[in-house]
Design a binder for this molecule. Structure first.
Ligand code: SF4
Length: 494
């Protein structure tokens, strides 16, 4: 049993995320302020602010005895937002360092638990200068030198590829269907037993939501269009054509248009022709691994041979860029297995390769099965390093990255590109420098208030049946987010 006792309940979840870097547990019990540590493993945390300084102290207790402790002090900052940020960082750093002392384990990203380290690094560079940001990452957050260099390389690689936050907008269209459910999947992906019979109704709802695109996009510059999911190619050819044609109209003049084909077992020559003829410039054909026994184990229901066939079909269509996803840390796989998969994929000559680390989400089957079969965190970290070396030697460079909760070894996902073929939508999505108008079940629209450094979101309903029943409500949510006030702001600016 792991417990956390903090006098700052507002940071309870943030501190739990730091504890989970070291302790493999989903459930962390809360004890009341003033309780003394009892049996089991306990983190005791307190925070105070005096004389413009914030002081955060964390203690690690086992069966009531203190085993490690750390006190961290820093400037409390100015203004409500900055003060909250400083206090939260102090809390996380003190808990991280106490646990680091107790376990003797350095985490690759130190006390950082957020999903966007490169965004944080860029913001820090703006506020503190490059040297200040480097010192913050290495000396305060305890990020490893290797991960800092990796993040900095990505921030540098993105220079010249960033959007104009005031004018540019991305369009996302979600297709929440898939042929079978992968054991690690936590996306909105309804399998045929659920969506059979609902596909046409979903298309009707989606088309009615897309009817408002013109109204919302007026005065904005569409930079990238992305049809994702789920797996868009799980749609019938007729419906795929319908959505791809609509997307092409909405994104006329956009710099890129991506369709995530994803599962090779959904890709046909006819569907590739549809995607290409609608003007999509980019496509993903994913396999995650080329070991058939792993593909069975992770529930993907396609073989390596099917992936190669789908890839070659896509290659013959002449897309600007093909992306292939792989995952490090899959059950039963060794470092050599993962390297062999990557070597074969590099041999296919794709423009993009995305290297994921397995993340065992609560909503996935992996959360309950397979727990004893995974490579260790150290082995998974080794797989990522080896992949990076192989990709760099093949002239790929990392151009975006993100982290997820429950990711093995507290590692990261990274997208690599070569030949200047970075995917702008991926950069925009992770760096949050460009608004997005999202359509379809589970889509999340974002509006960037660049001068205020603020982001507001409007989420569409995830549940398929609810979405089908309420497209007008999804429109109203977006209208509220991107409505009249935005035009006023723009008019004032000009
Ligand atoms: S292919 Fe993607 S969307 Fe489909 S089940 Fe697997 S992870 Fe989920």
């Amino acid at each position: 049993m792991t417990t956390l006792n903090t006098d700052t309940p507002a940071f309870f979840s943030d501190i739990c995320e730091v504890i989970r870097l070291f302790v493999d547990t989903r459930k962390i019990a809360r004890t009341e302020a003033g309780d003394t540590p009892g049996q089991g493993f306990c983190v005791l945390h307190s925070l105070s602010q005096t004389d413009g300084m914030v002081t955060s102290t964390a203690g690690v207790y086992t069966d009531g005895d203190q085993a490690a402790a750390y006190t961290y002090r820093c400037d409390a900052g100015q203004g409500v937002l900055e003060q909250k940020r400083a206090a939260k960082r102090a809390a996380k750093i003190s808990v991280y360092r106490a646990l680091n002392d107790y376990f003797g384990t350095d985490m690759p990203w130190g006390s950082l638990t957020g999903i966007r380290p490169t965004k944080l690094l860029r913001d820090s560079q703006t506020r503190l200068g490059k040297d200040g940001a480097r010192a913050l990452f290495l000396n305060e957050f305890d990020v490893s030198r290797g991960k800092y260099d990796f993040a900095k390389g990505i921030v540098d690689a993105q220079a010249g590829l960033l959007p104009d936050a005031d004018c540019d907008i991305d369009v996302y269209i979600g297709i929440p269907f898939c042929v079978t459910r992968c054991a690690y999947c936590s996306f909105s992906s309804n399998t045929p037993d659920v969506f059979s019979g609902a596909e046409d109704k979903y298309m009707d709802a989606l088309m009615s939501e897309l009817d408002m695109a013109e109204e919302l996009l007026s005065g904005r510059n569409v930079r990238a269009v992305y049809i994702g999911g789920g797996t868009p190619t799980a749609l019938s050819a007729k419906n795929l054509e319908k959505v791809a044609m609509r997307a092409a109209g909405i994104g006329k003049g956009a710099l890129e248009f991506t369709v995530e084909a994803g599962r090779p077992d959904t890709i046909t020559d006819e569907k590739l022709d549809i995607i290409k003829s609608c003007g999509a410039s980019r496509i993903s054909v994913n396999t995650q691994t080329l070991l058939d026994k792993t593909l069975v184990r992770i529930g993907r229901a396609h073989t390596a041979a099917q992936f190669f066939e789908a890839y070659r079909m896509a290659q013959h269509k002449g897309f600007d860029a093909i992306n292939v996803d792989i995952i490090a840390g899959l059950p039963g796989e060794t470092a050599d297995d993962a390297a062999e998969t990557l070597r074969s994929i590099i041999g296919l000559d794709p423009e993009n390769i995305t290297v994921h680390t397995l993340s065992i989400k609560r909503a996935s089957k992996f959360a309950t099965d397979n727990m004893d079969a995974f490579p260790t965190d150290t082995e998974t970290a080794g797989m990522l390093e080896r992949a990076r070396g192989m990709l760099e030697r093949a002239d790929f460079h990392a151009y975006y990255m993100y982290r997820q909760k429950y990711m093995k070894g507290s590692l990261e996902n990274a997208g690599y590109a070569r030949g200047g073929k970075a995917c702008l939508y991926n950069i925009d999505n992770m760096e949050e420098l460009c608004g997005v108008i999202a359509f379809g079940a589970g889509g999340i629209s974002k509006r960037i208030f660049s001068t205020e450094g603020r982001i507001e979101r409007a989420a569409n309903i995830k549940d398929l049946r609810e979405y089908i029943a309420r497209p007008a409500e999804m429109c109203a949510r977006k209208r509220a987010l991107f409505g009249q006030a935005d035009r006023d702001v723009k008019n004032n600016e000009y």
